[in-house]
Write a protein that binds this ligand. Sequence first.
Ligand code: ADP
Ligand code: MG
Length: 670
Amino acid sequence: MEEFSKPISSLAGVGDKTASKLHKIGLETIQDLILYFPRDWQDLSKLTTIKELEKDELVTIKGRVDIINSKRAWKKKMNLTEALVSDDSDSIKIIWFNQPYIAKSLNQGDEVYFSGKVTQDKFGIHLNNPTYKKANKEETTHTARIVPIYSLTKGVTDKQLRFLISEALKFAKDIPEWLPEELIKKFKLRDLPWAYKKIHFPDSFKELDEAKKRLKFDELFIIQLYTQNLKKEVQAQKAPTIIFKEDEIKEFVKSLPFELTAAQKKSAWRILQDLEKNTPMNRLLEGDVGSGKTVVAALAMYDAALNGYQSVLMAPTEILAEQHYKTICELIPAKDVALITGAKKRKIENSRIIIGTHALIQKGIDFDNLGLAIIDEQHRFGVKQRKTLRYKSGNSKTVPHLLSMTATPIPRSLALTIYGDLDLSIINELPKNRKPIISRLVTEDKRPKAYDFIKNKVQEGRQVFVVCPLIEESDKLGVKSVTQEYDKLCNIIFPDLKVGMLHGRLKSAEKEQTMQDFKENKINILVSTSVIEVGIDIPNATIMMIEGADRFGMAQLHQFRGRVGRDVHQSYCLLFTDSDSEKSLARLNMFVSSNDGFELAEYDLQIRGPGDVYGTQQSGYLDMLQLATLADHVLINETKEAVEVILPALEKYPLLEKKLDTFTKQLHLE
Ligand code: ADP
Ligand code: MG
């Protein structure tokens, strides 16, 4: 076994206790330690003279130990080590708690670097628990340099981690360089051991930047290598040729209760063209909430059915699968449509169109000549689930065409990185009949007015969603719960109206009944958790009221809002919050002022940083980025170029193939 693959406990001076604490943050091997990159770096490389010290500053001083001793203090529960240290300007007291060994390791007369926070009490200023390093040693790991700051676990200090990592780094040189030499040269990258060493302990910010560049390059390169390789694999496979049945499709489009938007037509046309090829389609259909993706999917499924092929549509929740089932049954009356969810399994042999949840990809569900697989709200599914669906063709010679759909408004350039294996169609317009939704942040004193408003709208025949953050009352958090809110609205606020309740803990049959009643307007007001977040389509609902709005992400709020405004009626989104955090309020105000998912995504990108980009949290790949972000445009382009150079001859680079293999396995673990 290579040294760096050995457990941390094999490092000198690491006991089981430390090892088990590190285990908690996922660190098991020496390599894990090396790969545990700092979350920040602090510049302690500038020395301050003792005379210049000011309260609350984080400083590094270099001084001579004049006195040092250790004693029991305060009812003997604590050990206190005190030192007096001086430089040419002045002297200062230093205090350490419960670290008696320091008095043994530092001696009178030693020249030492101390880094820590300046604290003040009634006796004047002193340094509290500083890290230290004797000045005569060549290497200064802890102090007098740029120091790494790590995400810690209980019982493990930064200092301990720094020590362990510096020990682990002795084995970094043995970690094989997997990036081809030509790329290292071409893109002027540092070698791997150097980058590992300097990401933890850079001697300057320039070195830190170079280390970051190399390691970010790796992260972005491997993602793109993975997606492009996938694309290559897919293109090497055969898919059934599904002829574009133009006459029937035109007839179908004419029979729709509305006219398709230009963007819908264009996307549908691209998809129908893809289906005619004998290589599998792999397309992402991106369109803001309410842009009408379902009908585009239905067109493609209808085309496949006309050709005698089965097609399948997978949705992330039962409620949504149920809804799609009903919609598609209405749209395509002549075809036999089946529904498969955890709760329901119908015979599918004779069905040309099958709708369901992830239950579709379970064992025991077999397709017959599957020609087309569609994944709705694809970001809700893991990489593995998506892949499983793709290979369930029921035919050993072909794989189905794949269409993924998402409402996540990721800009095209970004989408091409994360979903580099996919072709992209964007529906960038809403149907013409829509009025922009009016959104308001409502203050608590206007709540009664909001309830009056709701009552009026219900009397006009419209319906209302009320979304709450939790299912049951939680006294700890003081956030609104569905059951509590339901009781209140039912009994006190709207005793004359029909109020329904929906959340994930209800039985499937109950959920279904409630949705059905809401759809048929037998329920006026539906109180629910975020279960209605994705996909739900109730055109007659025109008010979306959100309690505890600060507790939801921007993407989620936009999804909620997308539940209304799906028809000609003017719609409203009312946000309530009891937060007085300036940041939350700024975010909610921004949300209220824009109806545009792309704009909100951009805002989120700036506020929260690209690691957290709007709606992409579950993309799978992004979680694997430690240092790189989607804002690293230059590196994204460079790595893309690098992949183009390498991929055609991937087999020439066995180490790279191995790396790709490890990456793939990791990705499928999520
Ligand atoms: P999403 O893209 O969010 O999945 P849906 O497919 O659920 O959107 O469509 C939203 C609503 O808009 C549905 O009620 C659908 O019938 C309706 N719709 C779709 N396309 C059009 C159109 N071109 N004109 C008018 N209404 C449309
Ligand atoms: Mg949808």
